[in-house]
Design a protein around this ligand. Structure first.
Ligand code: GLN
Length: 456
């Protein structure tokens, strides 16, 4: 499948009108079976295309169509988080990343489908239905940024996703594209509707490394409105050096995925030193992640009361009854499960037993990574433990949570990690996860460029 890139799109813009190209893209989306968009931004996008044709739209991403995950706030454009409770929410402001892509002339195609409040690994929890995998419509596109993964290179050139425990890397892996979860603090979270603040970052998704770099350079950087923002800009530098690469022994996958992974590792060995590294704390990482994520979620989601915005009831009642009814009707099953489990983990008597203990594991995970980065420049693993699942295949919540085993340690530590498409097994894409040290996205992206070339 020929994927759209910034380069191929710009080439077409030399001989064709942006208006025609964008109209054609919407025709394709309107016929699409992927269900990757929740809300289309058609009128505004066509207007922007006309601006481009008149020479009025300028910037690094001028005229480039992009999909924005529906938990990222867009001014005057519906932002639902794939939840019934926000089905009619039209934000009065833009997220920092949206301001930045607009300043650079990107054309927002629409808001991409996701798991409700980003809670999931398949988009099956979306109020707007599941996103289908572009390589097999009976399978999932991954989650929670499944819509973003599915549109990249097909129904947009670029996309923005968010990653709390793997939500950029999983759909990147399942859809055969690149997806970067940046170092915590590199990209402002201003305007990202929170699921678990201490874990999540917005990040770029693209069909080639060059495009991923371009989008990351635009969105990374200083923003005073996010108190955890590091205030650093990102500028890519090409560096050609022999790297020390560690395979993380605890991060595995089923045999088919592992065979593919090692096939690529063999090729990488021709240039770099490859070793193995053990991370003893990882056996507790998944449990710690879910305790922390659910605890933060239970507090974050307390704001949805159906009073100021979002889903509301016609009949007023006592505030307590009104509030309970709105939440009972507005939230889906998985979101309710997590609010309950999170409230439990934070309640008196259990706080020390669960939440505090999870924070201690978080420190152990950070220490394991620190040790590994004394010895290695990059760490690698398969991104997902299996090939894209059939829709409905992961029957119970725990089975689904387990699929995040390779991705969540990175969020606990706040490190950057990229999923690189490394080929196909039975026609389904496989991804390799590349983990770097804090704010060392440059080394990850240099390595990704090499792998991309190696596999082409
Ligand atoms: N699947 C993980 C979860 O459900 C990660 C989701 C995410 O990164 N937003 O929490």
């Amino acid at each position: 499948m020929e994927m759209l890139t910034i380069k191929s799109w710009k080439e077409r813009l030399e001989s064709e009108k942006a208006y025609d190209l964008i109209s054609e893209l919407f025709e394709k989306i309107e016929k699409s079976k992927l269900n990757a968009y929740i809300t289309l931004n058609k009128e505004d996008a066509l207007k922007k295309a006309e601006d481009f044709d008149r020479g009025k739209l300028k910037g690094r991403l001028a005229g480039i169509p992009i999909g924005v995950k529906d938990c990222i706030t867009t001014k005057n454009l519906r932002t639902t988080c794939a939840s019934k409770i926000l089905y009619n929410y039209i934000p009065p402001f833009d997220a920092h990343v949206v301001e930045r892509i607009k300043e650079e002339g990107a054309i927002i195609v629409g808001k991409t489908n996701m798991d409700e409040f980003a809670m999931g690994t398949t988009t099956e929890t979306s109020y707007f239905g599941v996103v289908r995998n572009p390589y097999d419509l009976n399978r999932v596109a991954g989650g929670s940024s499944g819509g973003s993964g599915a549109v990249v290179g097909r129904e947009a050139v670029l996309a923005l996703g968010s990653d709390t425990g793997g939500s950029i890397r999983c759909p990147a892996s399942f859809c055969g594209v690149f997806g970067l979860k940046p170092t915590y603090g590199f990209v402002s979270r201003y305007g990202l509707i929170p699921y678990a603040n201490s874990l999540e970052q917005i990040g770029p998704m693209a069909s080639c490394v060059e495009d991923l770099i371009a989008l990351f350079e635009v969105i990374a950087g200083k923003d005073n409105r996010d108190s955890t923002n590091a205030g650093k800009e990102f500028k890519f530098e090409r560096k050609d050096r022999k790297l020390r690469i560690g395979i993380v022994k605890e991060m595995t996958a089923d045999d088919k995925v592992m065979d593919k992974f090692y096939e690529v590792v063999e090729q990488v060995k021709s240039k770099h030193h490859v070793g193995e590294v053990e991370m003893p704390s990882f056996k507790y990482a998944l449990a710690a992640y879910y305790i922390i994520a659910m605890s933060e979620a239970s507090s974050n989601l307390a704001r949805y009361d159906g009073v100021r915005y979002g889903y509301a009831l016609d009949k007023l009642d006592s505030w307590n009854r009104y509030f309970s009814k709105v939440r009972a009707e507005g939230f889906g099953k998985e979101v309710k499960r997590r609010i309950m489990l999170g409230s439990y983990a934070l309640s008196a008597g259990y706080y020390g037993k669960y939440y505090l203990k999870a924070l201690k594991v978080r420190t152990l995970v950070k220490n394991d990574f620190a040790r590994a980065f004394n010895e290695f420049d990059l760490l690698i693993s398969p991104t997902m433990p299996a090939l894209p699942f059939k829709i409905g295949e992961l029957a119970d919540p725990l089975t689904m949570y387990k699929m995040d085993v390779n991705t969540v340690p990175i969020n606990l530590a706040g490190l950057p990690a990229l999923s690189i498409p490394i080929g196909f097994v039975k026609g389904l894409p496989v991804g390799m996860q590349v983990i770097g040290n804090y704010f060392d996205e440059n080394t990850i992206l240099n390595f990704a460029l090499e792998v991309e070339q190696l596999l082409n």
